[in-house]
Ligand binder design. Structure first.
Ligand code: DGT
Ligand code: CA
Ligand code: CA
Ligand code: ZN
Length: 581
């Protein structure tokens, strides 16, 4: 286990202990240790190997032993026993938004609630509202949270699915009996939310490959194991299938299992219209369903199949039956953005607000990653919970950034930090005056405290777009995938206003956001609105979100020319002046 995973288990133990009603000091020890582990600069495995865990502040001998067990075996007996000792229903209640250990204890003590089902019934009967510390509003929120969890439980963020899928894919590809191997399904199509992970491999020895798959480190449970197919549950509770086919069938199976279903249906119809049959086994010269190899049209890869059906190769991200057929028929598919086209990012945070890295550390790390620029856009004063900056602090920050840039210039480095801020869109104005905003290289305007009213939110965003100081709108709908619905807003109207005012729209590529949604980018692009792919980074690692965001941009049909942060620094600076000039 790496440090993030270990820290997650420690946090979980702390929560379980609290749920059990243990002494708060003991609980807090686990949370502190989790934070210490997460903040380690060295790899955890190295510290364990050198037996130096107990040297970490906040980690005593007992905790050191537990961490070592987690790192070396991936399991912890103490944790398993603790989980087993607490009724599963109580643990499940932790997943209900708004419920922590204290509230769960109260519900259990006062109303005998020990499961999500019982909580839902109690809410329906109105018995929760009467409890001290709950009230009618909390009761309504709990009900809603339970319903939302139910629909989301079997769905996962793209980033979580990739994190478990990629090592398995790599390992399958290295297996000597595997000829070709890929992910398929929604993951290959780069959907923002994934149901299950589909793997496809070709091999002469399917049994060996299937056996190997079921023994991968990420596999928690094997739910089915046959001659050509296996199903497992992976870490994080994600379901996954592997299918193994012959190498001749591989392109057809890959196309079929990549989907989407809607895309597949049109493909099949196109085949039928040509007197052919397309299925997961092949493309056949036949008027009816068949698997007869003598009728097979030879295809080496997916491109050959598209070609047989009169289409240019359609990248997996576009296979949603959202216009790809018309474009592929006319050879008019765009050449999609590549994530290596990105030169930097224009919405990021530092320790000056709620980010985890200092400005010098950011400059150093982002330059090393090969970026040309990195804008620091910390929160403005209204976002006090995120330590937003007031005007005086922001001006101080500008001084520091300029000093860092002077040093970079002296050292002959090409990389630059850009000054900026993520300014809050308030009810009737922006959180900073135009004078101050005009001093900044980059201004992102975001709505962090929306109204419960579509017209008002839409109006506020449009007004922000009309400001000459605002370069782009940040995370337009405020959604958090699988957690929080978008606030009510007329996105089309806001896009139209951005088109009129020359304002860019962010594609926030935090994996919870991917906001603006890929479904709306073709509309925005049609209106001439430019995209900025922003990680909204609060930590070094978040630079990696750019790769995810580029995939989402591809899914939105965007090319290099549609995305502002593909520009080199000098051209970017010119674009940043355009609205102001
Ligand atoms: P997911 O897993 O819900 O995120 O979405 P997918 O697209 O990965 O769907 P999944 O895993 O059920 O199936 C993988 C692919 O297999 C799907 O994208 C298209 C193909 N497929 C599955 N069932 C059908 C079907 O009934 N008809 C057609 N034409 N294709 C199907
Ligand atoms: Ca799937
Ligand atoms: Ca599947
Ligand atoms: Zn924000």
């Amino acid at each position: 286990m790496d440090k993030e995973q270990v820290a997650a288990v420690l946090v979980e133990i702390g929560t379980l202990l609290e749920l059990k009603g243990e002494n708060p000091f003991k609980t807090r020890a686990y949370l502190n240790a989790a934070r210490a582990v997460e903040g380690l600069a060295e790899p955890l495995a190295k510290i364990v190997a050198e037996d130096r865990l107990a040297e970490i502040k906040g980690v005593g001998e007992g905790l050191a032993r537990k961490i070592a067990e987690l790192v070396t075996t991936g399991h912890l007996a103490y944790y398993d026993e603790l989980k087993a000792a607490i009724p599963a229903g109580l643990v499940a209640l932790l997943d209900v938004p708004g419920l922590g250990p204290k509230k769960i204890q109260a519900l259990n003590r006062e109303l005998g609630i020990d499961s999500v089902e019982k909580l839902e019934q109690a809410c329906q009967a109105g018995r929760v509202a009467g409890l001290a510390g709950f009230g009618a509003k909390t009761q309504a929120n709990l009900r809603e949270g339970i319903q939302r969890r139910r629909t989301y439980a079997s769905r996962h963020l793209l980033s979580d699915a990739l994190r478990v899928a990629e090592p398995i894919l790599e390992s399958l590809r290295a297996h000597p009996e595997v000829v070709r191997c890929s992910v398929a399904g929604s993951l290959r199509r780069w959907k923002e939310v994934i149901g299950d992970i589909d793997f496809l491999a070709s091999s002469k020895d399917p049994l060996a490959v299937i056996d190997f798959f079921t023994r991968q480190p990420g596999v928690l449970t094997v739910t089915a194991k046959g001659d050509t197919k296996a199903s497992v549950i992976l870490v994080g509770g994600i379901q996954s299938d592997l299918r193994v086919v012959t190498d001749q069938e591989y392109p057809f199976a890959l196309m079929y299992f990549t989907g989407s279903k809607e895309h597949n249906i049109v493909m099949r119809q196109r085949a039928i219209a040509r007197g052919l049959r397309l299925n997961e086994y092949g493309l056949f010269r036949s008027q009816e369903e068949t698997r007869d190899p003598t009728l097979q049209l030879p295809c080496q890869d997916e491109a050959d199949i598209f070609d047989q059906l009169g289409l240019a190769y359609v990248p997996p991200e576009l296979r949603e039956d959202h216009g790809e057929f018309a474009a592929a028929e006319q050879g008019a598919l765009p050449r999609l953005l590549e994530w290596t086209d990105l030169q930097g990012a224009l919405h990021n945070h530092s320790t000056w607000s709620d980010g985890h890295q200092t400005l010098p550390d950011l400059a150093q790390a982002m330059a090393e990653l090969g970026f040309a620029y990195w804008a620091v856009t910390d929160h403005s004063q209204a976002s006090f919970q995120a330590h937003g900056l007031d005007a005086a602090r922001l001006r101080q920050q500008l001084q520091e950034i300029r000093a860092i840039n002077r040093r970079l210039a002296d050292e002959g480095r090409d990389f630059r930090l850009l000054t900026g801020c993520e300014v809050d869109i308030l009810r009737d104005r922006l959180d900073f005056d135009d004078d101050l905003l005009a001093e900044l290289d980059v201004v992102v305007a975001s709505l962090h405290v929306p109204a419960n009213n579509e017209a008002e939110n839409t109006q506020r965003l449009i007004r922000a777009a009309q400001s000459r100081c605002v370069h782009m709108l940040g995370h337009l709908t405020g959604r958090l995938l699988l957690e929080r619905e978008p606030y009510p807003v007329n996105q089309q109207a806001v896009i139209d206003a951005c088109a009129e005012t020359g304002t860019w729209i962010e594609l926030n590529c935090n994996p919870y956001r991917f906001d603006l949604d890929w479904r709306l980018w073709p509309y925005a692009k049609g209106k001439g609105v430019k995209c900025v792919i922003n990680p909204d980074a609060h930590r070094f690692e978040h630079a990696g979100f750019l790769r995810l965001g580029a995939g989402v941009a591809r899914k939105g049909w965007l090319t290099k020319a549609d995305v502002i942060n593909t520009l080199p620094l000098e051209k970017l600076k010119k674009e940043l002046q355009r609205k102001r000039g």
